[in-house]
Write a protein that binds this ligand. Structure first.
Ligand code: 11C
Length: 329
């Protein structure tokens, strides 16, 4: 497999390279792509040096797969050009996600939807990915009616500038700002831009992307997405109302058996998922599993995952692995 990583020097691109390396991805040639100012520099992959090339050079090399993490505009402009060259693009931006002709994939949930004709495949938003990995097996068993989610999202979801803002504030240094307010010792109920309905775009992504990935518009979702001064991953408090009643022990057992999930739920010993523990892990961690005592057939959960891994790079690489395994590329 000839694989291009577009946005190879960014936060997600760097993690993509790390994940490809760790998972021993069957790669014969690596084509790192970045902006003009990085062209000619080198990145090291599995101990070997690879030159960073321009978009045009990469397209000319006709990769089998291109993992894109370079922002929506770059993706809108260049993903179709790779597709023309016969490349299958897995895109981490929001540019193609709601396009009816493009599949929005979380392998544990809906990889089976993929066919050889899907040449641009969308990777969902990080906060949606970790939630649907947990919702899917529960929906299959009890049928979900409604989800109320509040997120506690890492600054790494915004990018390098936000990480720098947090670190500078912590050291008392002035510098460029990614957020309209201080983030250290603060909480911002504001991720992405505000929309006409008073929700943020991040909140509406959680609603629309969940319905699309689960192929079920009957699931009602409402979200409040919040930025917190944390690095290791995103956390989510999730309330789920089911059509059918459930047994708590059975819920736990279903989650324990589901792919990609690790249950950490032993409050007697103060065990619950935290971003510090999820950092650099590929799984989704679930804990605080308890019945919602204020409503029938309702459950509360706490879900944590590394947003740069399962929320971005790992999910994209898993899609690529699925395509290879099923000979769809
Ligand atoms: C954040 N979820 O944490 C965002 C980052 O649509 O891929 C990813 C945005 C996206 O700020």
């Amino acid at each position: 497999m000839k694989v291009a990583v577009v946005g190879a020097t960014g936060l997600v691109g760097t993690v993509m390279l790390k994940v490809l390396e760790e998972r021993n991805f069957p790669l014969t040639e690596l084509i790192p792509v970045a902006s003009e100012k990085s062209v000619g520099k080198e990145i090291t992959f599995k101990g070997k040096k690879f030159p960073i090339v321009s978009m045009d050079t990469a397209i000319g090399m006709r990769p089998d797969i291109a993992l894109f993490s370079a922002g929506g505009n770059t993706s809108l402009e260049h993903a179709p050009r790779f597709k023309e060259a016969g490349t299958t693009v897995i895109d981490n931006s929001s540019a193609w996600r709601m396009d009816p002709a493009v599949k929005l994939i979380v392998p544990e949930v809906n990889a089976h939807e993929l066919s050889i004709d899907n040449k641009i495949i969308a990777n969902p938003n990080c906060s949606t990915i970790q939630m649907v990995v947990v919702l899917k097996p529960l929906h299959d068993k009890y049928k979900i009616k409604r989800v109320v989610v509040s997120t506690y999202q890492s600054v790494t979801g915004t990018g390098v500038k936000a990480v720098e803002q947090l670190m500078n504030e912590r050291k008392g240094i002035d510098g460029p700002k990614a957020y309209p307010y201080e983030i250290d010792l603060n909480v911002l109920p504001h991720i992405d831009v505000f929309m006409d309905n008073g929700y943020t775009k991040e909140e509406m992504k959680m609603v629309k992307e969940t319905n699309k990935i689960m192929s079920d518009d009957s699931i009602k979702v409402t979200a409040t997405t919040v930025r917190i001064p944390v690095m290791g991953g995103h956390s989510e408090s999730v309330n789920i109302e089911f059509e059918n009643d459930f047994d708590l022990a059975e819920v736990r057992s279903i989650l324990e058996k589901s792919p990609g999930i690790i249950v950490v739920d032993d409050v007697a010993n103060l065990k619950y998922p935290m971003p510090k523990d999820a950092h650099e892990k590929d799984e989704v961690f679930v804990g605080r599993i308890r019945r919602d005592e204020s409503a029938p057939k309702a459950l509360n959960l706490w879900i944590v995952a590394d947003n740069l891994r399962k929320g971005a790079a790992t999910n994209a690489v898993q899609i690529a692995e699925y395509l290879i395994q099923k000979e769809l590329v």
